[in-house]
Ligand binder design. Structure first.
Ligand code: ADP
Ligand code: MG
Length: 622
């Protein structure tokens, strides 16, 4: 019987900060969160959700995103772009890469990369942390809530050092990194790939400077990376250059005619023109050449002709990844398009042609990874408040009763705090003490449950069996502490213990105990019935024994022997394993002793009536 629990209500849960997802991209970074209905949405700064992954160290200030991007043309060597390429890498790994960049770096200190920018030295982790910190600030300002936890995405091919560097950057930015999530897996989450299905999913991710193809196997709701491939120097930036070359050629110029600042500006213009050509069939590009300003028209067809060989290279990488995984194209269940460059119609078309199926493009390709990270952050923190507020009792709590059977008092999955009370009685005549054995588990027998503790209640007044009333109360508080008290109602005598049922129990053990109870459910049930029948049989035999001794005078000749014969058979059945046999003999014993019981009853009534006045009796009976 559940009881109402009074007393102080549990303290309100500590308000937790937001848990967000961040796609820390080579070109752009994106932050996302989930709403109250667990739906993901990106968080946009004043200039939109895409934050250029650029950090500028100018005039003693750190600028991030669009501001830094703007500064890049003026301060190329103090502006760090594509820092993701250097995360967790040693100087030796990236020497070739660095040669093409305008940064100065410190080749000293044990192979660690240090950029010299704006008169200071910064590591890739610090630069990434600056991006993450700026995103954190933006989110906090827009959402009016502190950011506490984050899921950051990384390419599937990132090794341990690269992952650790990313984790460090997150921590340096003042966030608790819940998990690093593979970008293709994040994309699959955002596309709502049905986790009930099993199969291979290809994630085609063409960003600004990198191309990644990942083959994931989805089995039992878990994503496994089968193979990854791609080209770390192939992406939308190459499309920009191809388009610029095209335009310059038409204008009778070449890249060599542009100084670095003009080249940067021209590449920006080319990028804008390329993006427009995903929707329009032709654009006009304005070029600032040494001879003056020139306007050039470029058509989509021309651009497509120029980028076709680049896209062909991505398909070559797809072929290789399939080979590596030992997967045939026809075995691929779904193809997902990720990365801003997959907005180019030709990319979609060629990917569809290659895989022989329409790829998914329903989710914004440059937001998908961040949306998936937010979904993951939500999953990892969901129920965290629930755990504080609505923690449940994972395994039932109860007492051992006669015959080694378990009487559950607080049932599994009861919400905390939980309380329940049950009344027990004495088993034997003049029993003055009672032993209590507190148990945890779903099994029906005490031996199969976990023992939490024992205590004894003494000082019960001597009474016939079944007459004393002992109330046992179980209280499981919000901290999971169990208080068991037993109280004899007539005297108020009390005893009890306090235990922590969850102490030393791991989730796996809870799991195992539940599994065992399911495995043994049927056997346990039968065992419980037998034990209960035995207890009842023994109780009846004890009562009969007492009656035969006390009321010998009420017995007819030969009656005692007839009753005793059945009682002996019941005693044998109790020693056996058949619940049916015990029940049948209890009934038979009832029948054969019924006349004797009737005589005893009549005698008690007449004794009770003795000494009372007749009119009282009449009134009572009337
Ligand atoms: P990353 O993952 O490398 O950070 P993104 O996924 O954000 O990069 O992709 C950036 C690239 O997507 C840039 O080259 C950008 O020009 C390109 N892009 C964005 N929008 C379009 C569009 N509408 N058409 C073609 N390319 C686009
Ligand atoms: Mg990306």
């Amino acid at each position: 019987m559940p009881i109402e629990i009074s007393g102080p209500s549990p303290p309100p849960p500590k308000p937790r900060g937001l848990a967000i997802g961040i796609d820390l991209g080579t070109t752009n970074s994106v932050a996302a969160r989930t709403d109250g209905r667990h739906q993901p949405m990106v968080i946009g700064g004043p200039r939109g959700a895409l934050i250029p992954s650029v950090v500028a160290y100018v005039n003693g200030e750190i600028r991030v995103g669009a501001d830094a991007y703007a500064a890049a043309a003026l301060h190329p060597s103090d502006t760090i772009v594509s820092v993701k390429r250097f995360m967790g890498r040693g100087l030796e790994d990236v020497r070739g890469e660095l040669a093409h960049l305008p940064y100065q770096f410190n080749p000293g200190s044990g192979g660690v990369i240090r950029f010299r920018a704006g008169g200071r030295e910064v590591t890739p982790v610090e630069v990434s942390a600056a991006i993450l910190k700026s995103i954190k600030d933006m989110v906090e300002q827009r959402e009016g809530q502190p950011v506490e936890d984050v899921v950051i995405t990384v390419p599937a091919y990132f090794d341990d050092a690269q992952r650790q560097a990313t984790r460090d950057a997150g921590r340096l930015a003042g966030m608790n990194v819940l998990r690093l999530l593979n970008e293709p897996t994040a994309a699959a989450l955002a596309f709502g790939i049905n986790r009930d299905r099993d199969g291979v999913i290809a994630v085609y991710d063409l960003g600004g400077g990198t191309f990644d193809i990942s083959l994931l196997r989805l089995a039992g709701g878990v994503f496994e990376v089968l193979s990854t491939g791609g080209d770390s120097h192939l992406g939308g930036d190459d499309f920009d250059r191809a388009l610029l070359d095209l335009a310059l050629q038409k204008a009778g110029a070449s890249v060599g005619d542009l100084n670095p600042a003009r080249l940067r500006a021209a590449l920006s213009a080319a990028r804008k023109a390329k993006e427009e050509l995903s929707a329009a069939s032709s654009v006009t590009l304005t070029l600032h050449l040494p001879g003056g300003q020139r306007q050039t028209d470029v058509t989509r067809e021309e651009l497509e002709q120029a980028i076709r060989p680049l896209i062909e290279r991505t398909l070559q990488a797809c072929r290789q990844a399939l080979r590596d995984a030992g997967i045939k194209k026809t075995e691929v269940l779904e193809v997902l398009l990720v990365g801003g460059s997959t907005r180019s119609p030709l990319v979609k078309q060629m990917v569809a042609g290659f895989f022989g199926r329409q790829p998914h493009d329903e989710v914004d390709p440059d937001l998908a990874v961040a949306l998936g990270a937010a979904i993951q952050a939500d999953t990892l923190t969901r129920g965290r408040e629930d755990v504080l507020l609505l923690d449940v009792c994972p395994l039932s709590l109860g007492l051992e009763t006669m015959g080694g059977v378990v009487e559950k008092v607080i049932h599994r999955n009861s919400r905390l705090p939980a309380g329940a009370r049950q009344t027990f009685t004495t088993y034997a005549d003049n029993q003055t003490g009672m032993d209590f054995h507190v148990l945890q588990g779903e099994r029906e027998t005490a031996a199969a449950c976990r023992s939490l503790g024992r205590f004894k209640l003494s000082g019960i007044p001597p009474l016939p069996a079944g007459m004393a009333r002992v109330e046992v109360t179980f209280l499981l508080d919000a901290d999971g502490i169990l208080l068991v008290t037993a109280r004899e109602t007539s005297t108020g005598k009390e005893a009890g213990i306090e235990v922590k049922p969850s102490w030393g129990l791991t989730d796996e053990e809870v799991e195992r105990m539940l599994q065992e109870s399911m495995d043994h459910a049927e056997g346990d049930f039968t065992e419980r019935l037998i034990r209960e029948a035995r207890v009842e049989g023994e109780r009846i035999l004890a009562a009969l024994d007492r009656a035969l001794r006390e009321d010998r005078a009420l017995l007819a000749p030969g009656e005692a022997e007839r009753i005793q014969a059945v009682a002996d058979r019941l005693g044998q059945a109790i020693a056996g394993d058949s619940q049916r046999a015990i029940r049948d003999l209890i009934e038979e014993l009832d029948r054969v002793s019924a006349p004797f019981a009737q005589r005893r009853m009549n005698r008690s009534i007449s004794q009770a009536l003795e000494g009372r006045r007749a009119d009282q009796i009449v009134r009572q009976m009337g």
